[in-house]
Design a protein around this ligand. Structure first.
Ligand code: SF4
Length: 479
C-alpha cells in the first residue's frame, strides 16, 4: 500500500501501542494477533489447506471466547469432501502447545475441530487437524498488524462515564470535530486496506461483491454472506433472469424451506416455482450448500432477514456492470444533499413479485409493497463498503483528484441510524449528548474507531487506557 498521510490521531495510535507493528522477520507474532487474524479471517480463504494437505473451507470462524477453554467457540468448517462440522478452534503459536498447555487432557478442549498454528512442526498424534497461518495470510505481516490493531474486537462494558470524558469536554467543538475526523480517516483507510488485500487475491470486482454481501449480513450473518460471495464466480455466471438466480442463491444458502405454509397460497405458489428451479440444479451445487445452522436469526429484525437480503443480492448480481456504475457515480459532480439519494438510485432494484411484499417465506404479506433497500442501508453500504473501495482504487491508480473527491463525500455523508454502540460511546466518551452532536456518518465512524482502538483494549474502569492522554496532548498542541 502506498504511504498514506498520517494525522496526529494516526501517529498517536501507533506510538501508544494500539497498533503493535510487526515486521516480516519477526519469528512469532503475539498470540493475540493470531487470534485477530483468525477472527477477521485475514487469510487467502480460497486456498486454505490443513497441515496434511486437505482443502479447508471456513464457513464461520466462531465466536471469540474470552473466558477459559478454546479461543473460538462454535466455528463451522469443512475439510476435504467431509460435511461441514461445528466445533471449537484453538489458536497456538506452535503445534507443541497442544500438549504443553495441557489441551490434550482438558475436557474443555474436547470439541476442538481445528488447531490454528503459526509454526510448522509435527503435531501430536491425537491433536485435531491443523492449519498453518504463516503461509495463508492475505497481506504482509506489518500491514496486517496495523489493520488488526484497529479492529481486534473484545467485549466491552456498559454504563460508565470514561476517563476520557473530562479531557474531551475541554476541547472546543471544532477541536472535537477535528479529532473525530482524524479517527474516521483511519477507519476509512483500514477498511480500504482490507479491500486492497482481497483484490490482490481475487480482483477488484470480487472484493467489492464480497464487501456488499458482508454488509447485507449485518452483524448476525456476515460469515455466511461472505461464504456465498466467495462462491459468486460459480453461481452467477450464466444466469440472466431474476427467479432462477434467486432460487440458486437461496438453494445454496440452505435457507429454502422444505415445507409449504399451507396457509398462504401466494407464498406457496412462489415457493413451488423456486423449488422447480432449484431441483434441477441442486446436484450441481451440492458440494457447496451452506448448513442452515450457519445462519443466526435471534434478535434479527424481520426486515433484515437473510432470505430477503439474498433476494436483493441476487437482483444486484444480475447487473454485472454494478462496479462500473459505482465508478461512474464517483466521477459525477453532486451536491452533498444528493449523495445518498443518487447512490440509492444505483442500488435500488425494481419491484419483486414476492420480496417486495414479504420479509421472509413465513411472514404475512405487507399491506403496501416495500422497496428492497432503503436509505439507512445505503449509508451503511457507502461508509463501510463503497467509499472505501472506490478510495483505495483511486489511491492505487494514483488519481489524487478522485481520492480527494471520495474523501469529501465520506466526510459530507449524512449520519447513519443511531445504534446501541454509538449510544454507549456517546455516554462514556462524550458524557451523554444526543445523537446530533455527531453531525455526519464520518463523525460516527470516528467515534466507533476510538471505541475499537481504546475502549475494547481496556475495561469498565478504563484501566491503562491511553486515550485521555492523547486528548490532553491533542488539546495542548492545538492551543
Ligand atoms: S476506555 Fe479509554 S476511550 Fe474508552 S471510555 Fe475509557 S478512557 Fe475513554
Amino acid at each position: 500500500m502506498p504511504p498514506l498521510p498520517a494525522s496526529f490521531y494516526a501517529q498517536w495510535r501507533v506510538r501508544c501501542g494500539v497498533t503493535p507493528l510487526l515486521r516480516e522477520d519477526l519469528d512469532s507474532p503475539p498470540e493475540r494477533l493470531l487470534q485477530a487474524v483468525w477472527l477477521h479471517q485475514r487469510l487467502r480463504r480460497d486456498q486454505l489447506r490443513t497441515l496434511d494437505g486437505q482443502p479447508l473451507r471456513v464457513l464461520h470462524p466462531g465466536f471469540h471466547n474470552l473466558e477459559g477453554g478454546p479461543d473460538f467457540r462454535d466455528a463451522v468448517i469443512q475439510i476435504g469432501q467431509d460435511s461441514p462440522r461445528s466445533g471449537d478452534v484453538e489458536v497456538d503459536l506452535r503445534a507443541s502447545g497442544w500438549r504443553a498447555h495441557g489441551h490434550d487432557r482438558n475436557p474443555a478442549f474436547k470439541k476442538v475441530i481445528l488447531h490454528v498454528l503459526w509454526e510448522s512442526e509435527r503435531p501430536a498424534d491425537e491433536a485435531p487437524p491443523a492449519l498453518l497461518l504463516r503461509q495463508a495470510l492475505d497481506a504482509p505481516l506489518g500491514e496486517l498488524s496495523l489493520w488488526l490493531g484497529s479492529e481486534a474486537a473484545q467485549s466491552w462494558p456498559e454504563n460508565l462515564r470514561g476517563e476520557c470524558c473530562a479531557p474531551l469536554r475541554e476541547l472546543s467543538a471544532s477541536q472535537l470535530q477535528d479529532l473525530l475526523r482524524q479517527a474516521a480517516q483511519v477507519r476509512l483507510q483500514s477498511k480500504a486496506a482490507q479491500f486492497q488485500a482481497r483484490a490482490r487475491q481475487a480482483g477488484w470486482g470480487q472484493s467489492l461483491w464480497e464487501g456488499l454481501f458482508r454488509a447485507l449480513g449485518f452483524k448476525h450473518n456476515v460469515w455466511p454472506m461472505q461464504c456465498l460471495a466467495e462462491l459468486r464466480p460459480r453461481w452467477s455466471g450464466d444466469q440472466t433472469e431474476a427467479l432462477p438466480l434467486q432460487a440458486r442463491l437461496l438453494g445454496i444458502s440452505g435457507l429454502l424451506p422444505v415445507d409449504l405454509t399451507r396457509a398462504q397460497a401466494g407464498t406457496d405458489g412462489y415457493l413451488r416455482r423456486v423449488w422447480d428451479q432449484w431441483w434441477r440444479e441442486r446436484d450441481e451445487f451440492s458440494d457447496c450448500i451452506l448448513p442452515r445452522e450457519l445462519w443466526r436469526f435471534h434478535g434479527l429484525r424481520p426486515a433484515n432477514h437473510p432470505q430477503r437480503r439474498l433476494a436483493l443480492a441476487s437482483r444486484w448480481s444480475l447487473e454485472a456492470d454494478l462496479p462500473a456504475k459505482l465508478e461512474k457515480w464517483c466521477s459525477r459532480d453532486l451536491p452533498d444533499k444528493e449523495l445518498a439519494r443518487s447512490l440509492l438510485e444505483i442500488l435500488q432494484v425494481g419491484p419483486d413479485e414476492f420480496w417486495s411484499w414479504h420479509c421472509t417465506f413465513r411472514s404475512a404479506r405487507f399491506k403496501k409493497a416495500q422497496p428492497l433497500i432503503g436509505g439507512t442501508r445505503v449509508t451503511d453500504l457507502a461508509v463501510n463498503v463503497i467509499l472505501p473501495w472506490l478510495w483505495i482504487r483511486a489511491v492505487e491508480g494514483k488519481n489524487q483528484a478522485v481520492q480527494l473527491a471520495i474523501e469529501r463525500r465520506y466526510f459530507a455523508w449524512p449520519p447513519a441510524e443511531d445504534n446501541s454502540l454509538l449510544k454507549l460511546a456517546r455516554q462514556r466518551l462524550l458524557g451523554g449528548p444526543g445523537p446530533r452532536v455527531l453531525s455526519g456518518a464520518a463523525a460516527q465512524q470516528g467515534l466507533i474507531q476510538i471505541v475499537r482502538d481504546f475502549c475494547e483494549h481496556s475495561n469498565a474502569v478504563c484501566q491503562d487506557c491511553k486515550f485521555p492522554e492523547l486528548v490532553r496532548e491533542f488539546n495542548h498542541l492545538a492551543t
